[in-house]
Design a protein around this ligand. Sequence first.
Ligand SMILES: [Mg+2]
Length: 138
Amino acid sequence: MDFDLNLKGKCILSAEDNEVNQIILEHTLLEQDVPFLIVDDGQKALDAWKALDPVLIFMDISMPVMNGIEAIKQIREIEKTTGQHVPIAALTAHALTGDKERMLEAGADYYLTKPINPMMLLEKIKEILGADLTKAII
Ligand SMILES: [Mg+2]
């Protein structure tokens, strides 16, 4: 998969396979003028992270090819050699006991429960990147 290298170092990466959630993510991020990329499986998320060095990742957990847990684990494993740390917010519909711990143990910094909504996303973006979103991104 080819990535737009103009996004390198300044985009939000979202990995999400559900079309409705993709639309919510897209509309929310478009309104905020934030450069972003949405991919639909964990392998693409891993590849996009390597290519684009995003400022933040929203990672769905249940996805085809490679799930979010595995993608997060691989990112954190590679980061051990670089000393870098990309903020990752895990998104999951699973409200099972222990699920939050599983996400955090894999290496997620934050945990969001679906259904996702624009306010929830924006609050999390501001919390992670700072109130001055534009400055944080550019
Ligand atoms: Mg999913």
